[in-house]
Design a binder for this molecule. Sequence first.
Ligand code: FEO
Length: 426
Amino acid sequence: MHAHLVFIKTKQYIYMYNPVEIKKDLFYVGVNDRTTELFENLWPLPQGVSYNSYLIRDEKVALIDTVEIGFTDVFLKKIEVLLGDKPIDYLIINHMEPDHTGALLFLLNKYPNIKLVGSARIADMLEGFYGVAENVVIVKEGEELSLGKHTLQFSMTPMVHWPETMMTYVKECKTLFAGDAFGTFGTLDGGVLDSQLNLDKYWDEMIRYYSNIVGKYGSPVQKALDKFADKEISTICSTHGPVWTVKENIVKVIGLYDRLSRYEGEKGLVIAYGSMYGNTEQVAEAIAAEAAAAGVKNIVMHNLSKSNLSYVIQDVFKYKGLIIGSPTYNAKLFPKVQNLIDELSNKNLKNRYFGYFGGFTWAGTAVRALGKFADSMPFEIVCNPVEMKQSMNEDVYEMAKTLGKNMAEKVLSDDAIVPNQTTDCE
Ligand code: FEO
């Protein structure tokens, strides 16, 4: 039997659940999560995350996305402050992932006549996730819905980053409700608008969010950016992180998404390695020192037994040079190195200068396995791999320095990366 929640009318003090007015009749009703340790139960949240929801109050009332289930209470109170006993006419579901639809059943219990608006894929997902099959309105590319003074225009943006995803643009106030696109990790501490916040923490958290969550889908992101290239956008309302209202920030976030979705890295180098007893690490140190001597300032070294994969992926998406090293472990790659290359392969990483090194130990598998990975990816391979037997010797040291120097020349150049080509080194 289906259980129904009953909302009992109480005299609650809800005035403190103050929604933020972004512009006339458009309100932020999202929440901050400073409790959850892992986003999607995978990616660390040391600075928390916000689940953003928005409400447009017009002749008809539209709510755009909801919040994660654990924050339903605060969410519903924020809506009640705005609407009192008035109903909500539409819930626009730009994205079905439960961090944005978790509050749905509670919302339906309180507002049973609400119409659920989304792309063709959401009907199936609404039934599958929540057993909901009624009051669903399917919209198509370019279709419009008038609320009175606000006209919602829907654009399908599949795989940014689920197949049902769409974005909603309000013509009159030039506001784009972008779903996860342009989102960041990090809570909204005090302010909600970019103009109210110190944005320092959000830029790297935007790259981490993009690379961890959306990163596999560079090509769909490019298609979505193309759709909005000719539209005037004065406000971007993402489902995570600040609301973007300042012109230079809007240019910056769109530029960042454009660059990341083309897998275009900055001038810098990531050296990610596994090392059981420090021998493989010594090769990494030698490569890094030589690259620094050749002028590369942006060098990030990740000991993969310590660095969380989330941050390694962030840095790999940020910089155009990548060198990976591994000892041979049980006749395979070191497990943490295997994890990394599996993730990078799954995320369709491209457009990188790539070098690799490893420890033969007693079976010599590591360098062979990294070579297979290199050949399977559209990378420009820099130098022959550096293979060490068990520990550093003079020959290995010289090879490591050669790799560091040549990689530095590559990442500091403005040359186009040539996929599936190996550069010989001297
Ligand atoms: Fe924020 Fe794809 O959910």
